[in-house]
Design a protein around this ligand. Structure first.
Ligand code: B16
Ligand code: MG
Length: 225
């Protein structure tokens, strides 16, 4: 890990762990389109409300949920083929992403927290985080990247965030997690971290603070946690 040229903040929070999809970029729409297309090829559909349950959840678990909604049973080999097909459609879409698709306020907030001396890590369930960070020009902000390729247990298990904290060299209670998914907020709390929910208060009730996006936050908000 590189030395941060900015001094460590004198607050109890020293590190920020960011979820990717739905916090920094809006890839949820691409996941939804690709899963919907897959469900349609099997003769059924699912709602945007059901899609909420797929946020923050791993690829294989998402597929299992979708198959159960359609009342369809598949073998493990068939499931692997279906997940690969969905991922190929998803990757087609994300490889066309540009920095314009970064969510409002993201670049300003990441710059501000970095300059205030906080350490930054990514904590995403996605196995495609590398392509997304590269296409959107966000990779350089992160001291550490933990994604779906590096964990065995998916959110709401805290593994992804505990690894992020460990790699950065901080205790869980020195970290704050930024999450849009119910499963992700639960993972942060189970890991002993503060959680800032990005989205609806009614949905992310376990979070310490909920805002509609990173554009609503400044570094001052981290001092109040
Ligand atoms: P992939 P996050 C999660 O990313 C998405 O929210 C979730 O919908 C997706 O199924 C999961 O990544 C796996 O993604 O198929 O690209 O490996 O929100 O944890 O950044
Ligand atoms: Mg997310």
């Amino acid at each position: 890990m590189q030395e941060n040229k900015y001094p460590e903040p004198s607050t109890s929070i020293k590190a920020c762990l960011f979820d990717l999809d739905g916090v920094l970029v809006d890839t949820a729409i691409y996941h939804y389109q690709a899963w919907k297309r897959l469900a349609n090829t099997m003769g059924f559909d699912f709602t945007e409300e059901q899609n909420e349950q797929l946020k923050g959840v791993s690829r294989v678990e998402s597929l299992n949920k979708i198959l159960s909604w359609g009342g369809i049973e598949k073998t493990d080999t068939e499931k692997e083929e279906l997940a690969t097909l969905k991922n190929s459609w998803y990757v087609d879409m994300i490889t066309k992403m540009t920095p314009a698709e970064v969510l409002p306020g993201t670049v300003d907030f990441l710059t501000e927290v970095h300059q205030a001396g906080y350490r930054l890590a990514l904590g995403s369930a996605s196995k495609n985080s590398g392509i997304i960070l590269e296409r959107t020009n966000l990779a350089h902000f992160f001291d550490e990247i933990v994604d779906g390729n590096m964990v065995t247990k998916s959110k709401p298990d805290p593994e992804v965030f505990l690894k992020g904290a460990e790699f950065l060299g901080f205790k869980p209670d020195e970290c704050v997690v930024f999450e849009d998914a119910v499963a992700g907020v639960e993972a942060a709390k189970r890991g002993g971290m503060k959680a800032i929910g990005i989205g609806e208060k009614s949905l992310l009730s376990q979070a310490d603070v909920v805002v509609s996006g990173l554009d609503k936050l400044t570094v001052e908000d981290l001092k109040k946690l």
